[in-house]
Structure formats: C-alpha cells, structure tokens
Design a protein around this ligand. Structure first.
Ligand code: ZN
Length: 96
C-alpha cells in the first residue's frame, strides 16, 4: 500500500525534438515510477530518458521540466548528452 501520489507531468520528452524521426511523432509524456528504494523517477516510455531518482516527487517533476524544456538549443544539447550517458550506463550494466 502506498500513499504516494502519482506525478502528473504535462511536459513532453525532448526525444520528439532531438531525434530525426522518419515521420512526425506525437509528444511523449513521462511515466511515473517508484524505485525499490521508494524514490521517484520519471521515464519517457518512448526513448527511456529518465530523471535521476529523488525522494521528493516535486523535485523529480522539476528535474524533468528543466531537462525537457522545449525550444531551447542549449537544453536540447544537454538533453542529448544526458541521454547518451544513460544509454552508455545501461550498456555497461548489461555487459557487466
Ligand atoms: Zn523520450
């Protein structure tokens, strides 16, 4: 049982903007997950970009909103960098 409220987030993932999709793609909104340690994470169901886990759902939401701010080239660059790091990390874990 949990009294944790699901985080509602209306900021779409930047993958819709950062990747060259073969056709126009719908905005992808993050899903709220809770880790085994009880921390909050927001994950994009399309590209699996995620926020770092946080004890504070509001902090997780803010993290997501800042990382996925649309229409800003600098943010998009940071997003791609984070995304690649997350992918590398996932590969390392798989091969370990
Ligand atoms: Zn995404």
């Amino acid at each position: 049982m949990s009294n944790v409220k699901t985080i509602e987030c209306d900021v779409a993932c930047l993958c819709g903007q950062c990747f060259a999709w073969p056709q126009k793609v719908e905005p992808s909104y993050p899903q709220h997950r809770i880790t085994r340690q009880g921390q909050h994470v927001l994950v994009c169901p399309r590209c699996f970009f995620f926020t770092g886990p946080s004890d504070n759902p509001q902090a997780t939401l803010t993290w997501w909103a800042l990382s996925n701010k649309p229409g800003n080239a600098h943010i998009a660059e940071l997003w791609l960098k984070d995304y690649r790091e997350q992918q590398d990390e996932a590969r390392r874990r798989k091969s370990a």
